[in-house]
Write a protein that binds this ligand. Structure first.
Ligand code: T4K
Length: 408
């Protein structure tokens, strides 16, 4: 870490030294006890049972079911395939209502099956799908709703459940971000027909690649369990069309090891969350997204909304400045699913029908956290943000005259 920065001329984008000699990433994986992991992998190799419902996968499924208080957990190779299997198992057809403000996998999983994702706007405050906008989007072709617990903050599950029931629609939750979170005292995983978690490397709990489908519906569980294994029931019979969505033993070994450190991962995220919150509390134009601390949270995303008028600097300019300092912040989920292929061609006038999504995709910035980031780093990151906002107007004008750089 370099010396403190007090003035805009200290910033790396204007020739100063970068604040960090190594890049600080959003989504740096948390890794539990390496010795335990290697021991488990050695056991996997000794057993010569590497995939296809091995004992690590079975144990991981059991532990996750217990942790969430849910009847069934089916481990899978990733959340995208899990969403596809869920949609297929529930027999979704035609149109499915989803938020556009989400990772593109939510929409792609449906489109991949030949379904049409119908984009619903989100609540500007919660960033989650806005139930009161759903009914206007329901047509005779609508078969389901996919709610996304964005950033781990639960959707309005009661309202969504009511709408789904009233209209005879299936309800799935994309809970990719919400492992270990609760809603009104009940763990995420217990809502809708089925919920899907992602255990991708970038998630606070990871299995390298991976995910899980969880449900309290016995028949649905049996169906998705078969579907993730080519549709097999037994060695030779298939009950339905299936795919290969299996989790490997090495991934499950990583998961079992990660579960043993889960509290430590959450504690690190929570510590960083509290530091960011305190350090950014009085910075004009920087709105820090909070979590309901009465519920279980994983705090894996540090989300800011940049109000350009107050901060006198745009979100994208701030991003450029942070990247120059080796702070690899991300503008998730820019530009919104409705603005990427193949969906964008359907929406020539998006602003008018997804105003909250449009607004959020232009102001949200996600900052690094996790066990790879300590409170000293957080303090340093916030110090830079404060310097930028203090001299926002001057910096903004100078950046306007620089050639645009690639922004990720
Ligand atoms: N639904 C939602 C709402 C989701 O957010 C996601 C995935 C899904 C469904 C689908 O889940 P999976 O099928 O992936 O299980 C990342 C993740 O790849 C993706 O899983 C995640 N959401 C999304 C929010 O973030 P990118 O495009 O940002 O990935 P990438 O490669 O740029 O990685 C992000 C940062 O993490 C990098 O800047 C560096 C760091 N990193 C990454 C990896 C893989 C590391 O430090 N080490 C690593 O091993 O999508």
């Amino acid at each position: 870490m370099q010396a403190p920065k007090n003035c805009w001329t200290d910033l790396a984008i204007f020739g100063g030294n970068p604040a960090f000699s190594e890049k600080l990433y959003v989504g740096r994986p948390n890794i539990g006890n390496r010795e335990r992991l290697l021991e488990r992998i050695r056991d996997v190799l000794s057993r010569r049972w590497l995939s296809n419902n091995g004992c690590c996968v079975q144990e991981l499924e059991r532990r996750i079911s217990e942790l969430l208080g849910v009847r069934h957990c089916i481990a899978v190779c990733n959340a995208t395939v899990a969403l596809e299997i869920a949609a297929q198992a529930l027999g979704l057809t035609g149109e499915v209502i989803v938020p556009s403000f989400t990772f593109v996998a939510t929409a792609h999983a449906l489109q991949w099956l030949g379904l049409t994702p119908v984009f619903c706007d989100v609540d500007r405050r919660t960033h989650n799908i806005e139930p009161c906008r759903i009914e206007a989007l329901i047509t005779p072709r609508t078969s389901g709703i996919v709610g996304v617990h964005l950033w781990g903050r639960p959707c309005e599950v009661e309202a969504l459940t009511r709408i789904a029931e009233n209209h005879g629609l299936s309800l799935i939750f994309d809970a990719a971000h919400a492992f270990g979170c609760s809603h009104k005292g009940r763990m995420i995983g217990n809502f809708g027909s089925l919920e899907v978690f992602s255990f991708h490397a970038t998630k606070f709990f990871n299995t390298f690649e991976g995910g899980a489908m969880v449900t309290n519906d016995d028949a649905l569980a049996a169906k998705v369990r078969a579907m993730k294994n080519f549709g097999f029931c037994g060695q030779e019979e298939t009950i339905a069309v299936g795919t290969n969505g299996k989790m490997s033993e090495v991934s499950a070994a990583m998961g079992l090891t990660g579960l043993e450190s889960l509290e430590e991962f959450v504690a690190a995220n929570h510590r960083n969350y509290q530091s960011y919150q305190a350090e950014l509390a009085d910075v004009p134009g920087i709105h820090f997204m909070t979590f309901d601390e009465t519920q279980k949270q994983n705090y894996q995303y540090i989300v800011l909304e940049v109000d350009e008028t107050l901060a006198q600097i745009s979100r994208d300019q701030l991003l450029q400045i942070l990247h120059a300092e080796n702070i690899m912040a991300r503008r998730y989920f820019y530009p919104g699913c409705h603005r990427v292929a193949p969906y964008r061609s359907r929406f020539p006038q998006v602003e008018s029908f997804l105003p909250a999504t449009e607004s959020l995709t232009n102001c949200v910035l996600v900052l690094p956290t996790g066990t790879a980031v300590g409170t000293d780093e957080v303090t340093h990151i916030c110090e830079i943000i404060r310097v930028v906002v203090k001299d926002g107007r001057q910096i903004g004008e100078r950046l306007l005259h620089r050639p645009a750089e690639m922004i990720r």
